[in-house]
Design a protein around this ligand. Structure first.
Ligand SMILES: [Mn+2]
Length: 193
């Protein structure tokens, strides 16, 4: 079972996360940031990965540390749970529309962090949430999950829709990329690290 947990405590954030990569999309998420909870719940539901997450962060400063550090902890746990990556699909692509918005995420579970984010629109506020934090979250997931992630928003207007399409396309691509489809490491080198 690809399931496990991780904790991280700094002077800025205290984070506890449990994930099951082969779950059914059950979640319990409390970051103290309503919009971020909404995005992480979508992620769990659409990836089929169970997610239990508690974040206590310095929201008196702003949401930046809480969002970035959550990405770090989820990334680290993903990296651990994927282990030697034996049998995974490795590559996956997902296009997700959300009303007028279309987002695409392409993932390579490469063992190397690389994050390309092409989206001009995510600036300003979504309710109280700073829209630029979407990019910060996925950069951290890529860096600490050792994942190559290319995300592009092809078009869209509404910031809530854009963020939601990005999270959903990531969720579907990650689900497909980590799916067990064989019984060897999917690399001509024989290792993915
Ligand atoms: Mn929504």
């Amino acid at each position: 079972m690809r399931t496990g947990q991780k904790e991280r405590r700094t002077k800025e954030t205290q984070i506890s996360v449990k994930m099951n990569l082969d779950g059914t999309g059950k979640y319990s998420v409390n970051t103290g940031i309503g919009f971020f909870d909404h995005m992480l719940e979508l992620f769990s539901s659409h990836s089929g990965m169970d997610l239990e997450l508690t974040v206590k962060g310095d929201l008196n400063v702003d949401a930046h540390h809480s969002v970035e550090d959550t990405g770090i902890v989820i990334g680290k746990l993903l990296h651990e749970l994927l282990g030697d990556k034996n049998g995974i699909a490795r590559y996956a692509t997902s296009y997700i529309p959300m009303d007028e918005t279309l987002a695409r995420t392409v993932i390579d579970v490469s063992g190397r962090p690389c994050f390309v984010f092409s989206c001009d629109g995510l600036k300003g506020k979504i309710g109280e949430f700073d829209a630029e934090l979407v990019e910060e979250f996925f950069r951290a997931v890529s860096s600490y999950g050792m994942l190559t992630i290319h995300t592009e928003v092809l078009y869209g207007n509404n910031l809530h829709h854009i963020a939601e399409a990005v999270f959903k396309s990531f969720a579907h691509a990650l689900h497909d990329a980590v799916a067990i489809v064989g019984n060897s490491v999917p690399s001509s080198k024989g290792v993915l690290e």
